[in-house]
Design a protein around this ligand. Sequence first.
Ligand SMILES: Cc1cc2nc3c(=O)[nH]c(=O)nc-3n(C[C@H](O)[C@H](O)[C@H](O)COP(=O)(O)OP(=O)(O)OC[C@H]3O[C@@H](n4cnc5c(N)ncnc54)[C@H](O)[C@@H]3O)c2cc1C
Length: 583
Amino acid sequence: MQDNRYDALADATYDVVVVGSGAGAMTAALRAHDRGLSVLVVEKSDVYGGTTAVSGGGIWIPCNDQIAALGGNDSYEEAITYLRDVVGEDFDAPRIDAYLENGPKMLAWLAKDAQTHFHSVPRYPDYYPDRKGGKPGYRTMEPRAFDAARLGEHFDTLRAPAPSTLIGGRITMTQIEAHTIVAKERGWLRLTMGLMLRYATDFRWRRRTSRDRRLTLGNALVASLRAALAQRDIALWLGTPMRSLQSEGGRVTGVVVTRNGQPFGIRATHGVVLACGGFEANQAMREQYLPKPTRAEWSAAPPINTGDGIRAGLALGADVALMDFVWGVPTVGVPGEQSQRGLFVERSAPRCVMVNQLGRRFVNESAPYPDVIHAMYADHARTQANVPAWMIFDAEYRKRYPCGVLLPGSVQPDSRIPAGWLDKVIYRADTLAELAAKIGVNADGLAQTVVQMNGYAATGIDTEFGKGNNVFDRYYGDSSSKPNPCLGPIERAPFYALRLDPGEIGTKGGLRTDAHARVLRPDNSVIDGLYALGNTSAAVMGKVYPGPGSTIGPAMTFGYVAANHIAAARRSEQPAHFTEDVS
Ligand SMILES: Cc1cc2nc3c(=O)[nH]c(=O)nc-3n(C[C@H](O)[C@H](O)[C@H](O)COP(=O)(O)OP(=O)(O)OC[C@H]3O[C@@H](n4cnc5c(N)ncnc54)[C@H](O)[C@@H]3O)c2cc1C
């Protein structure tokens, strides 16, 4: 990826060049600007926001300053105990420290100076709430809804939200609203009607676009950061892919991009921040690094991140880590959609079961989504019969709950399943045996599994995998289902099946970085002038997903940290290019 033909080329000069335009990238750009540096953001796509824009926008920030006011509690000791426990062998104390210390500071600055606001989600638990230091809520925060009109012309180039996060593919919800609706909590129907009515009566905005004016989740986060960039006149060049890094004497000095079809050199006098995602859309890198089988089409992320930042770093001698791990989620393909849909919540409802092709369970269906993917591959290694796996549910489930591709049958009955979807996207049969035959699953195995599941539903105790045992499992369960909100009998015909692929919301492996987000070589020396964050860097969370928002929270925090480091290096007038051993 290094291309020295353009060494002498400097068509433009900035203190800092940020590559990519997700939330981490924009946080770095804003902070660098506010610390007195000139900044340019370059983005490969014609729209900005990256995967962040289609995401839930959640960030996991332990000890955030809203917890006490909402009646919760947290402490640094509990947070670090939890992370040490769940991150395990990958626990990197200086980086985790930097994360815990700077997350709340980053939030306070964004709220005060960049009008980017989050609120804590009191009941969204850590993914391992029963581990030491785990919490039943509060650490996850979601962006405040954002009026798209405030973006002016920049609304047109904001990456659109994922259809799976919208009611009927159009109407936005916050995370708290989505939980109320999915878990059928008190007032869910009135809330749904209210959201639909607000959308339908927004006549002025409807003349401009069918997209909802009320932006939520990742779209709200990206929009808010984009508005702050615009307010500061920070340039964001769309359609400008970084092709290579430039370096002199081991120090990174800039990038070469393609601009208007031509190579264009940009000098970065104080630092290049690589925030251009992972490699989920690069099939060759998937084959090289990830467990197999693996397909780029199975991803829930938009097909944009091709590992460019990681390869550019490797070309300069950077080290990589965690390259065989993803932020996994089981996904379902929908015709005409550019990405598959992640099944984040519907696995927790009662009356469903996930099976391999032998008809056998292999995981707690409610488990954190990356754990489901680990379990799929582990089972596949044993049985060669897991990829794809299947989610099976009955008519009562279909009537009551959304299932990733369809709204509940009470709102979207089978008569309104889109043409061509039946037995391609969602399979249906009058008996479990017929369903098994249609999808190529062992019928006897499935029959036995369903009998077992129905036994667990009666007692409320899943003796095999413990579905519904903790507060995270139950978060998206059905509170009206007794005795266990995640278990119910699979007994009413017709029966349904969805094909589950081992997808992801992004890859986890990337350039190894230190506590200042500086990129490291294998010998732990720093590549001066080069910073990496988000999925371009190896995840600070190691192989696990400690709580909702564990990817964007660190991406933004290390964007803040990187910018602070660049600014401090300049201010101290120390040569920022000294090489330091951080081992
Ligand atoms: C449906 C869904 C829901 C999710 N919900 C959450 C959630 O609630 N909380 C959470 O923490 N995570 C969530 N995630 C995961 C999260 O969105 C990603 O892990 C995160 O956004 C990655 O951030 P990033 O900055 O690394 O990459 P991105 O946000 O993807 O940004 C990378 C950008 O770099 C650009 N780029 C790539 N190559 C180049 C190049 N050569 N030159 C210039 N630009 C380039 C890309 O076009 C892209 O715009 C979700 C993901 C999905 C799909």
